[in-house]
Ligand binder design. Structure first.
Ligand code: CAA
Length: 257
């Protein structure tokens, strides 16, 4: 079925998924999220893709979950739709995902960006968890991921006041990796995605899995998990090729095997 609310494009090993409801600042309604999740999962299975980018447009990455879709919902409606549980499928994606953010990145938009592994922001990006202003609270991971990223006190202020904050502030708090001029935010994300795509795809996926494990477990278990994955990579051709290429002073040719 053709996509209605997202646009996809592939540049070599990099897949770009663009949220596309510009009239409503890319508000994340259920059909958009379903399309996004379906496409992300398809790229995760596609051996030709090594890294993904989720982006919006210059004015908005996404201004949150679609308020009009939820405004009249009852608790039973919300429970039955169980829309936010489906977002968990993004968490299970094994290839790296970069969020390329410009303009509004609010509520569910900020939470979607935080589902990604690396955040590149334009100088014009505005972040926030403004749900408190409409009588609710973050529901797609904001209270957990923002707290783990920026710490309890900053998260508490941002979630309880709902105020917006700039890309520079987000960078200072460790929420974004790089802030670049608006003309460059997507190119910067593509350049980083290409850099990652040159590495061993299997080592990249396993390393992502190990880093994510740090958010789920204590230090000793995490270190144990890391060590086992590290040893496991010695069963790959890419490990042999990577180390042989180093010794022979040439560029490695990784196959993802
Ligand atoms: N849901 C539905 N529609 C939205 C929307 C959203 N989250 N955000 C913006 N829109 C729509 C507006 O209704 C408007 O549509 P119309 O032209 O049909 O009226 C259009 O997008 C443009 O928006 P504005 O006219 O409001 O643009 P602005 O430049 O004056 O303001 C803004 C921009 C400050 C981002 C403002 O739109 C805003 O505050 N949006 C809501 C932000 C928000 O509260 N997000 C959290 C949603 S709840 C959530 O995300 C829950 C969760 O944790 C999963």
């Amino acid at each position: 079925m053709p996509n209605q609310f997202i646009m996809t494009q592939q540049e070599g090993p990099v897949a770009i998924l663009r949220l596309n409801r510009p009239d409503v600042l890319n508000a994340l309604n259920i059909p958009l999220m379903d399309e996004l999740i379906t496409n992300v999962e398809a790229y995760d299975q596609d051996p030709g893709v090594r890294c993904m980018i989720i982006t919006g447009n210059e004015r908005a990455f996404a201004a949150g979950a679609d308020i009009k879709e939820m405004a009249e919902a009852s608790v039973v409606d919300m429970y039955e739709r169980n829309n936010l549980a489906r977002w968990e499928r993004i968490k299970r994606v094994r290839k790296p995902i970069i969020a390329a953010v410009s303009g509004f990145c609010l509520g569910g938009g900020c939470e979607l960006a935080m589902h990604c592994d690396i955040l590149i922001a334009s100088e014009t990006a505005r972040f926030g968890q403004p749900e408190i202003n409409i009588g609710v609270m973050p529901g797609a991971g904001g209270t957990q991921r923002l707290s783990k990223t920026v710490g309890k006190y900053r998260a508490m202020e941002l979630i309880l006041t709902g105020r917006m904050f700039t890309a520079a502030e987000a960078h200072a708090m460790g929420l974004v990796n790089r802030v670049v001029p608006v003309e460059r935010y997507l190119d910067e994300a593509i350049a980083m995605a290409r850099e990652i795509a040159e590495r061993s795809p299997i080592a990249v996926r396993v390393a992502k899995e190990a880093v994510l494990r740090a958010f789920e477990t204590g230090l000793s278990d995490g270190l144990d998990y890391e060590r086992k994955l590290f040893y496991m990579l010695f069963a790959t051709e890419d490990q042999k090729e990577g180390m042989k290429a180093f010794v022979e002073k040439r560029k490695a040719e990784y196959k993802g095997r």
